[in-house]
Design a protein around this ligand. Sequence first.
Ligand SMILES: Cc1ncc(COP(=O)(O)O)c(C=O)c1O
Length: 382
Amino acid sequence: MSDDPEYKPETHTAQALGWDEPAFQGIVPPIYPSTTYARPADNQARYGRMYSRDANPTYDHPEALLNTLEGGAGCRLFSSGMAAVAAVFQSLGPGDHVIAPEVTYHGVRTWLKEQGMRWGLKVDFVPNGDLVALAAAVRLGETKLIWIETPSNPMWDIDDIAASVAIAHGAGARLAIDSTAASPVLSNPIALGADIVMHSASKYLNGHSDVLAGALVTAQDDDFWKAISEYRHIAGAVLGPFEAWLLLRGMRTLHLRVKACSASALAIAEHFHGHPKISKVLYPGLASHPGHDLAARQMKGGFGGMLSLRVKGGAEEALRLSGACRLFKRATSLGGVESLIEHRAGIEPADSPVPPDLLRISVGIEDTGDLIADLERGLEEV
Ligand SMILES: Cc1ncc(COP(=O)(O)O)c(C=O)c1O
């Protein structure tokens, strides 16, 4: 078994906590496709499982592994990252006040603006990383949750997790964080005081662009966590057992992949920083990035595989660059083994704060030189 707490996270992921298949000691855990579980004559659910909406044993492995990696008190998988996001907000009550950043994954912003308002939540958006604005937005007795995302999509601003926690807790609120871009390899927000960590597991955790999943990890097994768990049980936004199994398989290489993406992203950012056709490289690993020192303190061993390029000449030239790429795939999403490039303003809603000249890049695990050459080739067309 590799579930000894003394082992390093790399060991936990490689061996998926060392769980074996119980019947024949296969070293890969099985998929449990059954939706329901037979009971003995006394009619009691012998193994604590009755019906597989949220009780499928295939969830146990990836949930236990992610919980270990994040240092949590519990983990729940969902059918997508957005289902996990919705579970957090819908576990609040009508009238509760939420504060979220202005620049964040656009699905979260849209959910809060449209569904959140319908749910009766009161929502304020504050500039990313502005602790004074965050503190000023707090409504004592009303603010129940502060949501942050760091590094945040797609400008890669850095939020101070511990300072945001202090503001939330000072107001009796919880701090929830979308840690998708950092992954548990580069950040453990619970160690900095966060209450809930959210991941779109469709990204780095799975890593192969073939599973849609979301996850929440809690710092405390408290009433809010019980409400979230009950919400999942009754709302039923669960993933299928095959997806849960694929997710675990993907997670086994999480550390290798994230470290490779991160090293390559840094090299790409450094290469294009100061390029005559690029007005700005947005990447927290660059010393010139305003959040660099903070990121260096609160992230571990790298700054992630996501960066954005602002192309001189606006949307037209940005699209010319992405259109000329042969290796980078023009596709949305992130965190897979293959590199993606995306004109972000083109896919975000009309209220998007993203500038039209911005290309978001998800760096995969290809050869770094090949990726740089592909972007250089694209820039020749600009
Ligand atoms: C940072 C971030 N959070 C949440 C989500 C939503 O995740 P999903 O697509 O799995 O619903 C995404 C998806 O792109 C994302 O990038």
